[in-house]
Write a protein that binds this ligand. Sequence first.
Ligand SMILES: [Zn+2]
Length: 208
Amino acid sequence: MEGNFNQTNLSAEQALQRLVAGNERFRNGTTRVSKLTRADLTSLTEGQRPFATILGCSDSRVVPELIFDAGLGELFVVRVAGNVLSPEGAGSLQYAGSHLNTPLFVVLGHEGCGAVSAALATRDQGAEQRSRIQVLVNSILPSLPEFDPQSSLETRLSKAVESNVRWTVQKILDLPEGRMRVAEGRMKIVGAIYDIATGLVRFLDQQR
Ligand SMILES: [Zn+2]
């Protein structure tokens, strides 16, 4: 397996550069993750030291390990439709921060997100969702921006996706532990948007 699963203390910036480089390999067809040997698998039994934690969408086209060309043990991933922060998701993030000490947290949204689209349809067209989908949509509704009435549906969805990512980043920063770790310089949290059409991950302005 290419890459060392036992990531020693990378800084948040180094971890971010690793994701950027991995996404570049994914896009230009030079991925490194290859077949695992028995020794690779055995070494994974010693524990996990992922270098980044990702809160992403369940969308089958947005698989973090693939789009960042990362191997087993490299990414700690929470996936839920619309990359919303649930109490259980927050617990998983807290585990990643306090036990695994990943230096970098990424909220990963994507263009054309069906969950965000459903939230827009609910707000702007009064669409009704099935009961538990409505719960999910309710988590996205407060993040939705107002739009220029002239803007196209595509533009609206794109803006809403980014707004939902920024909203979730802020929610994580508002957790007491998130605030403390960021203030201490022990972690960084960034938002990112994956473009299904190009394979590019665009990182949003960083917040410390
Ligand atoms: Zn999605």
